[in-house]
Design a protein around this ligand. Structure first.
Ligand code: FES
Length: 127
């Protein structure tokens, strides 16, 4: 049985920025090969900054908490700063995750990076 920090429990109980951005500039969809869970991250970009962000996850409590904190970390950041967010950043912000749940934090960071790459690919397609 995984033991979660209070901060993790709080994000599971009240996740931030859940949902879909209909007019997203970039969408990242990732799957976790370990458990088969899925995650979607939507971003709205203004200039070089992440103006808005939402997530949908079809995963466990740790996946919900890591995505929730990820959206708080990424909002307002430049794309380069957001690219530098790793699963360790996410886990640290939550006060740590049980070792057997660290793989869950991959989804959040990978989903964000995918969304940024999607945004960049769309922009290149317009040039
Ligand atoms: Fe699948 Fe956590 S068990 S994301």
């Amino acid at each position: 049985m995984a033991i979660y920090t209070e901060k993790v429990m709080e994000h599971i109980a009240s996740p931030r920025n859940v949902g879909v951005l209909e007019d997203a500039d970039g969408v990242g969809t990732v799957g976790n090969p370990v458990c088969g869970d899925m995650m979607k991250i939507y971003i709205k970009v203004n200039g070089d900054r992440i103006d808005d962000i939402r997530f949908q996850t079809f995963g466990c409590g740790a996946a919900i908490a890591t995505s929730s904190i990820l959206t708080e970390l990424a909002k307002g950041k430049s794309l380069d700063e957001a690219m530098a967010i790793t699963r360790d950043t996410v886990a640290r912000e939550l006060g740590g995750l049980p070792a057997q749940k660290m793989h869950c934090s991959n989804l959040a960071a990978d989903g964000l990076h995918e969304a940024i790459r999607d945004y960049q690919a769309r922009r290149e397609g317009q040039e």
